[in-house]
Design a protein around this ligand. Structure first.
Ligand code: FMN
Length: 425
C-alpha cells in the first residue's frame, strides 16, 4: 500500500516527535507502511534503486539534520606519524565524506597517557589540533557532519606510551592476560599490570576528555564528539564487572560503576553542548578480559541516566561483533533501543540488505559501516546503484603507508573504466 506524500511526512514527523517525547514504541508493528513512508521522504538521485530509499531519508542528530541514515564508523588507521594527523588523512577522509552523512573520525586520544597503538593521532597538542583543521575543513565543504571519536585506551596500553614511563591507567590493577601490545619501540609485548586510578586521576581524565572535546569542536572545527565508551578501553573497563573491582564509589553496584562515565559525559556536555555529544558502547564485547555479568541491566540503567542529558545520539556495537571479528550470539540491542529516547546508531556486520531492513524495522535510526566504508570510499553511491563492493584488505588496516590500503581503494568510476579498458584489450 502506498502512502500519500503529505501523510507520509506527517507519519514520520509524528513518530519522530513522539520518539523525542519518549512516547513512541521503538519497534514499528507495521513495517510495510513505515517503509512506504520512508521511501516517499527519500532524498533521491535519479538512478537510485527503489529498495534503498529508506537509507536516504532524513533524521535528526542532536544539533544537526542528517540527509541519510548512513554513517562511517570510527576506524583507527595508524597513519598519524608521531601522533599527529597526516596530510594523507585529508585525502582519506574527503574521499569518504558523503553529503548529509555522518562521518566519525578514528579513535583520537585525549592525552598522551590515553594512547595505546603506534601512530594514532591525538587531540591534545597544538600541533595535532592544527593538523586536524584542514581535514575538518575539507570534509565539511562536502556537506558531511563530522564528529571526532575521543578516546582513552586505559589498560590497553603500555608504559612506552605513558609520559612518566609508568604503568597505564585502569579502574583496578588487573593485567590483561591474553593478547599483546605494540609500541613505537617494537613488540609484541605482553600487557603490563596497570595502576588503579586514584580519585585525582579520575578527576584529571574527566578534565582531559572535556578539554579534548573543546579542542575538537571549538578549535579544530568538528561538528561534535563521540565519546569512546566501547571495545574494552578505559570507560568500558569502569563499566564492566570483570575489570572494575574497586571498593569506592566508582566500583561495586551498577550505579557506582556508571559514575565515572556519567561524570565524564556531563563534563563534555558542559564544555561543547549535548547536541554535539554522542557516545559509543559495546555491551557484549568480552575480549581483553573485559566482560560484564549483566550487560542488559548495566547498559539499561546507564541509558536511563543518559536520557536525562538529551545527547545527540548513542551508538551501539551489535552483539555479533567482537572488535573486528564476528561471532554467533542470541543477544540483541532491542532492549537498549527500547529504553533510549533519542537517536540510536547501530554498527557491526551491516551490508546493504541488512541496513535497509534495520531502518525499515526501526532497529536503529542510523546504520554505521566500518570495513565496507574503509574499502569503498563511495559506499553510499554504490548502495544507491546496488553496485558491487571493493573487498577490504585486513593486512593494511593498521599499516603506516600513506597510500596503500588507505587512499588507493578505487571509486566505482575507476573500477568501471579499468573493466572497460580490459574488455577493449
Ligand atoms: C581498521 C579498523 C579500525 C577500527 N578502529 C576503531 C576505533 O578507532 N574506534 C572504535 O570504536 N571502533 C573501531 N573499530 C570498530 C569499527 O568501528 C566497527 O565497530 C567494526 O568494524 C564493525 O563494523 P563493520 O562490520 O561495519 O566493519 C575499528 C575497526 C576496524 C576494521
Amino acid at each position: 500500500m502506498m502512502t500519500s506524500y503529505p501523510s507520509a511526512i506527517k507519519k514520520v514527523q509524528v513518530l519522530l516527535l513522539e520518539r523525542l517525547a519518549g512516547i513512541a514504541p521503538k519497534m514499528a508493528p507495521d513495517t510495510t507502511s513505515t517503509a512506504d513512508a520512508l521511501a516517499t521522504l527519500a532524498v533521491s538521485t535519479p538512478d537510485m534503486k527503489e529498495d534503498v530509499k529508506p537509507l536516504f531519508t532524513p533524521t535528526r542528530l542532536g544539533d544537526y539534520t542528517l540527509e541519510n541514515r548512513m554513517a562511517m564508523a570510527p576506524l583507527t588507521r595508524c597513519r598519524g606519524l608521531n601522533m599527529v594527523p597526516s596530510k594523507a588523512a585529508i585525502t582519506y577522509y574527503t574521499q569518504r565524506a558523503y553529503p548529509g552523512s555522518l562521518l566519525i573520525s578514528e579513535g583520537t586520544p585525549i592525552s598522551q597517557a590515553g594512547q595505546g597503538y603506534p601512530h594514532v593521532p591525538g587531540v591534545y597538542t597544538d600541533e595535532q589540533i592544527e593538523a586536524w583543521k584542514p581535514i575538518v575543513r575539507a570534509v565539511k565543504e562536502k556537506g558531511t557532519i563530522f564528529f571526532m571519536q575521543i578516546w582513552h585506551c586505559g589498560r590497553v596500553s603500555h608504559s612506552d606510551y605513558q609520559p612518566d614511563g609508568g604503568a597505564p591507567l585502569a579502574p583496578s590493577a588487573l593485567r590483561i592476560t591474553k593478547g599483546d601490545v605494540y609500541t613505537p619501540k617494537g613488540g609484541p609485548y605482553p600487557f603490563p599490570e596497570p595502576r588503579e586510578m586514584t580519585k585525582a586521576d579520575i578527576a584529571e581524565v574527566i578534565e582531559q576528555f572535556a578539554q579534548g572535546a573543546e579542542n575538537a569542536v571549538k578549535k579544530a572545527g568538528f561538528d561534535g564528539v563521540e565519546i569512546h565508551g566501547a571495545n574494552t578501553y578505559l570507560l568500558d573497563e569502569f563499566l564492566k564487572d570483570e575489570t572494575n573491582h574497586r571498593t569506592d564509589e566508582y566500583g561495586g553496584p551498577i550505579e557506582n560503576r556508571c559514575r565515572f562515565v556519567l561524570e565524564l559525559v556531563k563534563a563534555v556536555v558542559d564544555r561543547v553542548g549535548a547536541g554535539k555529544t554522542g557516545i559509543r558502547f559495546s555491551p557484549f564485547t568480552t575480549y581483553y578480559d573485559c566482560s560484564d555479568s549483566h550487560p542488559y541491566g548495566l547498559f539499561c540503567y546507564l541509558l536511563e541516566e543518559l536520557n536525562k542529558l538529551n545527547l545527540a545520539y548513542v551508538h551501539f556495537v551489535e552483539p555479533r561483533i567482537q572488535g573486528i571479528s564476528e561471532a554467533k550470539t542470541a543477544d540483541s540491542l532491542a532492549p537498549f533501543r527500547a529504553v533510549w529516547k533519542g537517536t540510536f546508531l547501530a554498527a557491526g556486520g551491516f551490508d546493504r540488505e541488512k541496513a535497509i531492513k534495520a531502518i525499515e524495522t526501526e532497529h536503529a535510526d542510523v546504520i554505521v559501516f566500518g570495513r565496507h566504508w574503509l574499502a569503498n570510499p563511495d559506499l553510499p553511491r554504490r548502495f544507491q546503484l546496488d553496485a558491487p563492493l571493493n573487498k577490504y584488505d585486513r593486512d593494511t588496516f593498521y599499516t603506516h603507508d600513506p597510500v596503500k590500503g588507505y587512499t588507493d581503494y578505487p571509486f566505482l568510476e575507476d573500477v568501471e573504466k579499468s573493466e572497460s579498458t580490459k574488455a577493449q584489450d
